[in-house]
Design a protein around this ligand. Structure first.
Ligand code: ATP
Ligand code: MG
Length: 401
């Protein structure tokens, strides 16, 4: 009996034809409504395909959340590499999400070891830059360094661009393609980058009609025929139009599909969409959570748990630390000492995943204490996501430490 239930659930027909195509990392074969931006990117990078007089370009892509910045630059990168290869020109497009690679040093070291298979141990950043440039020059490779959420690099961004500008023999081998949200652009990048960019491409927010077209296309990739009706797609486009964020709708489709499988409902009903709507927070880049380090996930889990238990909207570092310690003991993971723990907290604040507000209690600085909050997202949802990631990491046998 028990086995039958399991077998039925495992083998039962899913609404999904290919669930992975709704995953944040998936790059679809087409990008409806982004044709103009892709053409403009291609014009910008055209000089790289000139065999004799290649020069480097620096371009930024700027837009609100969910306007397709990340997917467009990755899509473009693929196309650029292919077009170059056809003409016997070596173009290497290397994508870095600065949520994961947070310093110039981390990026340079990864480039050298992962992409050029040379050890970086013992070398300074300057030496690594020289090694990379020499390698590119010797093999005549044009590198496009793609930096998503580049504002997180702070000062390091300028020095990375600078490193690429110091070229030998008039040939520059490193171009940059930067992506970031409008707010971050205005707050941190627009001033330092002014005068250094060859082009800035604005990603307009999607209208309801555009969203409909995108969701229609994405759902034909993801779902079996007749699972999603046009009425349901209109409903999803209508909800996502409130944020103009494509991720909003794509995640709703994903969660609605998951629930349809769980409850064995076909086709997807408005109720399932309403349910999914409650679970999706478009501002939260769910892919960011997947990229976090294990210790960061553990700290987030501790914050979520503290807030949930206390039914509070903010809490103190001391409380979170004690829950974090319990948590580590429970799952048998080495704890960070308080100073390191505080650094992890600060990293999460910089990434915008948690907020830290200092409030005055009593007189002077001594009475001031930092309180931690989660950004605009209900604790229950957060708790669920973070735990799902922890489970996933444990089940694939990763060592969490
Ligand atoms: N034109 C499009 N066609 C198909 N899918 C799209 C399109 N635009 C966006 N998407 C999908 O919508 C989701 C969000 O897009 P993306 O991650 O590129 O947004 P973003 O602008 O980088 O957002 P953020 O600022 O939050 O990082 C992704 O799943 C992406 O594949
Ligand atoms: Mg993005």
């Amino acid at each position: 009996m028990g086995e039958n239930i399991i077998e039925k659930a495992l083998l039962g027909a899913s609404v999904f034809k290919n669930e992975e195509t709704l995953h944040p990392a998936f790059i679809p074969p087409e990008l409806p409504n982004r044709e103009d931006q892709l053409v403009r990117l291609s014009h910008d990078f055209k000089p790289l395909l000139n065999k004799d007089a290649a020069y480097a370009v620096n371009v930024a892509v700027v837009g609100k959340p969910g306007t397709g910045k990340t997917v467009s630059i990755r899509y473009f990168g693929r196309g650029l590499e292919k077009a170059a290869a056809k003409r016997d020109i070596k173009v290497k497009f290397e994508y870095y999400d600065c949520f994961m690679f947070r310093t110039k040093s981390a990026i340079l070291r990864d480039l050298l070891t992962e992409r050029f298979k040379v050890t970086s141990r013992g070398f300074s950043d300057e030496e690594i830059t020289t090694m990379i440039n020499r390698r590119l020059s010797r093999e005549n490779i044009r590198l496009v360094l793609c930096l998503d959420e580049a504002y997180l690099l702070g000062q390091d961004l300028l020095s990375l661009i600078h490193a690429s500008e110091v070229a030998k023999h008039g040939q520059a081998y490193i171009s940059t393609l930067i992506a970031c949200r409008v707010v971050d652009w205005q707050n941190t990048l627009s001033f330092p980058l002014s005068g250094r960019l060859h082009d800035r491409i604005d990603m307009p927010s999607y209208t309801q009609e555009e969203l409909y077209k995108i969701f229609k296309f994405r759902s034909t990739l993801a779902f079996h025929k007749d699972v999603i009706t046009n009425d349901i797609l209109s409903m999803v486009a209508n909800i996502a139009a409130s944020t103009q964020n494509a991720r909003h709708g794509i995640e709703m489709l994903y969660w609605a599909g998951k629930a349809a499988d769980r409850f064995n409902v076909r086709p997807i009903t408005p109720d399932l969409i309403r349910r999914a709507k409650q679970e999706v927070y478009s501002e939260l880049r769910s892919d960011v959570l997947y990229g976090l380090r294990d210790q960061e996930i553990l700290v987030l889990a501790a914050i979520a748990r503290t807030l949930k238990v206390d039914k509070a909207s903010s809490t103190t570092i001391a409380k979170v630390y004690s829950n974090y310690q319990l948590f580590c003991e429970e799952i048998g993971v080495t704890k960070q000492a308080l100073p390191t723990f505080r650094k992890t907290i600060d990293a999460l604040v910089t990434l915008g995943i948690i907020g830290k507000v200092v409030e005055g209690i009593g007189e002077g600085r001594r009475g001031r204490r930092a309180r931690l909050t989660l950004m605009d997202i209900p604790v229950e949802v957060f708790d669920e996501r973070v735990n799902e990631i922890l489970q996933r990491r444990k089940s694939v046998g990763d060592n969490i430490d």
